[in-house]
Structures are given as structure tokens and as C-alpha cells.
Design a protein around this ligand. Structure first.
Ligand code: ADP
Length: 214
């Protein structure tokens, strides 16, 4: 049997507090599924997403990508892996305020050393799909929270990630825009990605293939 696309095995993590926020947590995420992670505020959902996205290193346990442990790689190697295999949508979108919307979307491809011209068409298509194409030349400071969230989705999807991690991606959206986002999560799963989404949104939870309550 093939290994899960992404796997957490016995993950333990704490910031400064004596009690671990995440303790011996294990879960498997298969290619093709959209998994919802739910639970009360402060439980550690975002932290878990950072651990799965290789932005934080666990104190114990492993994160495996296609069966290969990747949590302990050097910062550079993890950054490389993130740029090539992961898409991440931060809760607050986390767009770079100094660049245009289009350049924000192109960020990962440029970081990878990809061709700007070759990727611009696809970036524009994504912005169109998410209803934010008119904003391509705007700076993130000029767009609304809901628009920023959709732009962050475009950025995460442009690299066609094998693992897509999204933190409350429909948090600021009306039902119609939410639908576009949820459809895109499923489309990426259908392309072979493991999709993990932290959410409080009942409509999104209802459309996840599986739910993990923290
Ligand atoms: P959730 O996403 O479930 O709301 P978080 O992962 O955002 O939970 O946060 C869990 C706990 O960890 C909270 O009590 C939060 O204050 C704390 N926390 C989050 N980030 C940090 C940090 N960088 N340093 C110290 N504590 C943090």
C-alpha cells in the first residue's frame, strides 16, 4: 500500500508553556481527500497546520511526506520543499504589502526560479476564477479582507501543491465566494493533493470528506 501523502506521527509541540499544546498527535492524510480540522479557539489548530506545513519543528514525533520524514530537514531544505510541494493559506492571508496582487500570487513560482511570463497567464486565470482579477495591479492594502483571502488561495494554488493547508479560508467570505473556494479545495484534491483545512464554517465542514475534531 502506498504511504499517505502527509502523515503526522506522535507530534508533540509547545511554545513556551510547560504543557504541550500538541501532544503525541497522529493523523494520516491521503492524496485526494479534503480533511476539515475543527475545534475551539486556542486549541492549537493553526499551530498544527504550521507543524504540518513545516513552518514549526515538533519537539517530538515526525511529519512524513509520501512516507519520508521531512520535519527534521534544515531550514533551507524545508523552505525548498514548501515551495515545491506545499500550498499554505494563512488565516490573515499574509500578503506582502509592498508587492502588487499579481506579484503576491506569483511569489512561490518566482521563489522556485520559475518563469514569470509563463506563470502570469495561469495566475491571471486563478484571479479570474476567484473573482479578484480586477485587483491584479492593486497593492494588498487596497483590497478587502475577503479579497485578500481569495488572493492568498490563488497564491497557494499556483504552484499546483501536493499538500494544500488552509487556515479558515472561507472566514471572511459570502456564500458564493465560499463556494468557489471550497470547489477549488476539492479540485486540488482531485489533482492528487492532500487538502487539510482548519475551519469553523459549517458549510465547509459539511463538504469535507472527513473531519478531525481537536
Ligand atoms: P487555534 O488555531 O486552535 O485557535 P492556535 O494554534 O492559534 O490555536 O493557538 C493555540 C495557543 O497557542 C493559543 O493559546 C495561543 O495564544 C498560543 N500561541 C500561538 N502562537 C504562539 C506563539 N508564537 N508563541 C506563544 N504562544 C502562541
Amino acid at each position: 500500500m502506498t504511504a499517505p501523502r502527509l502523515e503526522a506521527a506522535g507530534l508533540t509541540f509547545r511554545y513556551d508553556a510547560a504543557t504541550p499544546l500538541v501532544e503525541e498527535w497522529s493523523a494520516s492524510f491521503r492524496a485526494g481527500e479534503v480533511v476539515g480540522v475543527t475545534g475551539p479557539s486556542g486549541r492549537g489548530k493553526s499551530t498544527l497546520l504550521y507543524l504540518l506545513g513545516l513552518m514549526l519543528k515538533p519537539r517530538a514525533g515526525e511529519v512524513r511526506l509520501d512516507g519520508v520524514p521531512v520535519h527534521g530537514l534544515t531550514d533551507g531544505a524545508r523552505a525548498h520543499l514548501r515551495a515545491h510541494n506545499f500550498g499554505f493559506v494563512f488565516q490573515d492571508a499574509a500578503l506582502d504589502q509592498s508587492r502588487t496582487v499579481l506579484d503576491n500570487v506569483l511569489e512561490t513560482v518566482l521563489y522556485r526560479g520559475g518563469d514569470r511570463k509563463a506563470s502570469t497567464g495561469r495566475a491571471e486565470e486563478l484571479l479570474e476564477q476567484f473573482g479578484v482579477s480586477l485587483r491584479a495591479n492593486a497593492k494588498p492594502g487596497q483590497v478587502s479582507g475577503g479579497q485578500a483571502q481569495r488572493i492568498a488561495m490563488c497564491r497557494a494554488l499556483l504552484g499546483d501543491p501536493q499538500v494544500l493547508l488552509a487556515d479558515e479560508p472561507t472566514g471572511n467570505l459570502d456564500p458564493e465566494s465560499s463556494d468557489v473556494v471550497v470547489n477549488a479545495l476539492h479540485q486540488q484534491a482531485a489533482r492528487g493533493a492532500a487538502v487539510i483545512v482548519v475551519t469553523h464554517d459549517p458549510a465547509l465542514v459539511a463538504r469535507c470528506d472527513r473531519r478531525i475534531e481537536l
